[in-house]
Design a protein around this ligand. Structure first.
Ligand code: PEP
Ligand code: MG
Length: 327
């Protein structure tokens, strides 16, 4: 990143006509928080805590969780830090935990992520305790991954309430009213967004998984990469629906999948109504510069043109053409 771009650190991301866009960073390890701060992030939009399991055969203790979270939150005390509960299984640390279960023939459709947490309550509660304790240090928010049904969300929230009660009884210092949000990354959650919006404080759209589950195309399989495209109109319509529902219910909506880091999609996503993106931190200065080069009206025109396109390829080509104007 050039000096010129880094000098953008102090100025907030905003469109040419002054519409504020929040750019948050995605992190996997606590050390990465300094890169977010150095590049002028508005907070951490996705902390992938499953990386605590990397190179580890045993379960991290509550203290290990707590220390990792405090390092992030303590470094960034006045900005939101969205801690996502463990998203283990499938593509991430598949062998870290098996819990004696038979290997799944379809790991991506099996016991992973929140499903795994809900089946292993001691592990889930350990993490939630650590998050609530670390929340005393700053502006922590909890996010549940791979929520597929309302029942799962309610179960997860119930367990969180149990943990609150335990901490209270034990006289442990913690924060009570931590905002609770969910990843929207399974098509069922998109279809039920209206109901979900009444039970969470925020949505974060995980396009990496949403594309995989919507187009039935493995996110890591080059044989189907032709199908796996963020620009597919089915994906864009889903994102639009979630943004609209979120705006109507006045809860924040972020996109935190790789799509949000790709400059090609910045004008489109903002034109669709998104005001917050969680991205790979090294791209923050470049995205800030790009966003400053178009107006909200221009972004909205792009979004409205794209609504009529039928193919991923047509969308991509159109966006590439539009980008030339803002580069
Ligand atoms: C996603 O699915 O888009 C996402 C951000 O989460 P992950 O890549 O960790 O599955
Ligand atoms: Mg995901």
């Amino acid at each position: 990143v050039s000096k010129r771009l880094l000098s953008l650190k102090e100025i907030p991301a905003q469109t040419k006509d002054g519409v504020r866009i929040k750019l948050l960073g995605n992190i996997e390890f606590p050390e990465e928080v300094s890169q977010c701060i150095d590049r002028g992030a508005d907070g951490v939009g996705l902390y992938r805590t499953e990386f605590l399991y990397l190179n580890r055969r045993d379960e991290p203790s509550e203290e290990v969780h707590y220390e990792a979270y405090c390092r992030v939150v303590g470094a960034f005390p006045n900005s939101p830090v969205i801690i996502r509960t463990m998203d283990l299984g499938a593509d991430k640390m598949p062998s870290a935990l098996t819990f004696g279960a038979e290997p799944a023939s379809n790991p991506v459709l099996s016991l992973r992520s929140l499903r795994l947490s809900l089946k292993n309550l001691p592990l889930f509660k350990t993490q939630l305790r650590a998050i609530l304790r670390a929340a005393t240090v700053g502006d922590v928010r909890i996010m549940f991954p791979l929520v597929s049904t309302l029942m799962e969300l309610r179960q997860a929230k119930m367990i969180l309430a149990d943990v609150v009660e335990d901490l209270e009884e034990q006289g442990v210092e913690f924060k009570r009213d931590v905002p609770v949000g969910m990843m929207v990354e399974v098509p069922s959650a998109v279809m039920m967004a209206e109901e979900f919006a009444q039970e969470v404080d925020f949505f974060s759209i995980g396009t990496n998984d949403l594309i995989q589950y919507t187009l039935a195309a493995d996110r890591d399989d080059p044989n189907v990469s032709e199908l796996y495209r963020a620009a597919d109109p089915s994906i864009l319509r889903m994102i639009q629906h979630v943004i609209d529902v979120g705006n109507r219910h006045e809860i924040s909506v972020t996109v935190c999948g790789e799509m949000s880091t790709d400059p090609l999609f910045s004008p489109l996503l903002i034109g669709m109504g998104l005001r917050q993106l969680s991205v790979t931190s090294h791209m923050i200065p470049r995205l800030k510069e790009l966003i400053g080069n178009f107006t909200l009206e221009e972004a909205e025109e792009i979004a409205s043109h794209v609504r009529n396109l039928e193919l991923a390829r047509t969308v991509e080509n159109y966006l590439r053409g539009e980008m030339m104007k803002f580069a």
